[in-house]
Every structure is written in C-alpha cells, then in structure tokens.
Design a protein around this ligand. Sequence first.
Ligand code: PEP
Ligand code: MN
Length: 337
Amino acid sequence: MVIVMQVTATDAQIKQVVNRIHSAGLKTFVSSDQSPVIIGLIGDKRMIATMPVEALDGVEKVIPITESYKLASRKFHPDATVIDVDGVKIGGGNVVVMAGPCAVESREQLLEAAALVKEGGAQFLRGGAYKPRTSPYSFQGLEIKGLEYLAEAREATGLKIVTEVTEVTAVDAVAEYADMLQIGARNMQNFQLLKAVGRAGKPVLLKRGIAATINEWLHAAEYILNEGNYDVIMCERGIRTFEEYTRNTLDLSAVGAIKQLSHLPIIVDPSHGTGRWKLVKSMSLAALAAGADGLMIEVHPNPAEALSDGPQSLNPENYQNLMQAVEQMTEFMAKLQ
Ligand code: PEP
Ligand code: MN
C-alpha cells in the first residue's frame, strides 16, 4: 500500500501521516524527492486496515499495491507451494488425480468404485457423504455412514480420501475420517465454514464458486490461510455463463491466472466443469496443458444408475482410457519444461 500526498501537503502533514503509520507498528518509506510525496508502508498492513488514512490532512489517495489476499499471493511467497498429504505431493510439477463417484451411495458402490479408481492409478478417492443438492428432494448423502465407507475404502486400497464438508457442525466428523476436506462451489463464500476448516488441521480443496471471480476465490483461500492452515488447493470447476449446452463453462484461463497471482496449487474438475462425460477427457488434457497440478474426475461403476451426476461420470472403461491419456500428457508436459 502506498499513500499519495496532495501536491500542496505541508511537511507537518506528511509527518503526521508518518507518525500515525508508525503508531500502528509499521515502517514507512517516504519518497520526498518527487511531487507529490509518496509514503510506502512496510510491515503487516492488516494493522491499519481499519485506520482511516484517507481522512488525514494532506492525503490525496491510498493505493493498494499489494493484494489484500496477502497470504495467498505469490508476491509474498514466490515459490510454488507443494502440499504433502502423507506422501502424496500436490503442486510443484506433480500431477495428482482425485477420482470417484459424485456421492457415496452404498458400501458396495463405493468399494467397487475405489477398486477401479486405484487400478487406474489415481491417488485420491473422492465421494460426497454430505451432498449440497440443488433440490431438497434429491439424494442428500449418507453422512456419517458415508464417511465410514470412505474410511473402509482407504483401508482396502491405500487411496487418500477427499470429501466435502457442507456445514460448520460437521467439520470435526469429516476431518476425523478424511485426508482432505472439500469446500464445494456453493460454500466458497461461507466464511464461517472457511474459518472452521482453516482450524481443522487437514488440507483443504477449495472449489471455485459458481459465480466467483478469481479475486473472490483467492480471498476465500485467504480465510483458510489466515487461520494458520497453509495446505490449500484451488479447484477450478466451471462458472455460470450464458452457455447452456455445458453445465458450466470451464475457465481454464483461471489455471494460468492463479499460478501468476498465487503460490497455491490448482487442480481442475472437468466433470462439473462440463456436465458431460464425453467432454471430460479433452478438458482433462487441456487442463494439464494449461499447467494444472491435477484433476478431479467423477467415476461411477454404472453411471446410468448413479444417484447424482450420472451424465458427467465416466464408466470404468472410459476412466481407464482417461488415465492412460493423463499419463502420456504428464510425460509430455514434463519434457516441455
Ligand atoms: C462435487 O464435487 O460433487 C460437487 C458438488 O462439486 P461442486 O461443489 O464443484 O459443484
Ligand atoms: Mn458431483
């Protein structure tokens, strides 16, 4: 942040501004060899977030030159963050795949899905036990029973578990079973939930809100980081546009943008991003070409029978086919670097 003084500002006014900044525990850098005088602030600017600097005599304007999502910003952390989930690395050139059904539907369905996810080579099993459904009449998830099945699938396969938490009161239970907590698109700006997962001691997968700007999304990440949890993975899952052929519009430019603006890893979910299983493979490869650190893919042993998101779920054969293509693309991308 810099403070631009008025051209007519007196020495006394400049001194008064400098003193106010110092009283908030920050240092200043005053460029007095130019007109207007500019005062740069060094230190934790959160200290003056509530100070009405603009109201001080002689101040022309205050320009934020550092983003207010300070902890998520690459300016404060130039190296890419690599998150280690019990040996599985996310970020820094590693490609991670999280695959599984939209929802945990039954023990049999989940164990079958887990076996095929493992066989294809993914590292994480996904599956919602708490489902944020658009309609209250749709399947809402098995909740604790679903978490137990996920834990059983982890035992059986060695896959890590990522699953969504939809409310503050469920955070402890989900954190007890999962290796990674998912914040869904509908909850990206549920600030109490963001703070709660920030304190839960587990890595967080933060999906982009349905109509969230990249700036809002990074601020949502900041809420989690600000609680002391630095293990945040961003997930682009498509945004709402005028287009209706696809369920959402997958914004792959967000991959490059997040990488420029932030040090946090970013993965892409082409299943929710398109809503059509036939588009999942091409968008997965495009996401990796764009530099994504991984993918989240919906897979179901029998998509026609799925209780949610069947039309965008890959069947076992298409999933295996995708994973082979992902492997080739990963090798290709490694050679490019
Ligand atoms: C999901 O991953 O199943 C899900 C509900 O995704 P989103 O929050 O991106 O809609
Ligand atoms: Mn889904």
